[in-house]
Design a protein around this ligand. Structure first.
Ligand SMILES: [Zn+2]
Length: 74
């Protein structure tokens, strides 16, 4: 029986929401969010970074336009 290949990982970044690791063998990036793990190539990580930043900015812009009563602020 052939044992499965085990990748070696380094942590690139981590916070209370997610941890991002890079495989030292195949350069694959793993994003761990709670019980979920997403595997991406480094180019896709950059694309995900861009779209998440765009989404966060859009959300902030929408919240800034709402009256404070609609945001739950007393
Ligand atoms: Zn790997």
């Amino acid at each position: 029986m052939v044992s499965p290949k085990v990748c070696r990982h380094e942590v690139l970044a981590s916070n209370g929401v997610a941890q991002v690791q890079r495989c030292l063998d195949c350069d694959c990036v793993s994003i761990h969010v709670g019980p979920l793990t997403f595997r991406l190539d480094p180019t896709s990580l950059e694309g995900l970074w861009t779209v998440l930043g765009d989404a966060a900015m859009a959300l902030h812009a929408r919240r800034a336009r709402l009256p404070s009563s609609a945001r739950g602020v007393a």
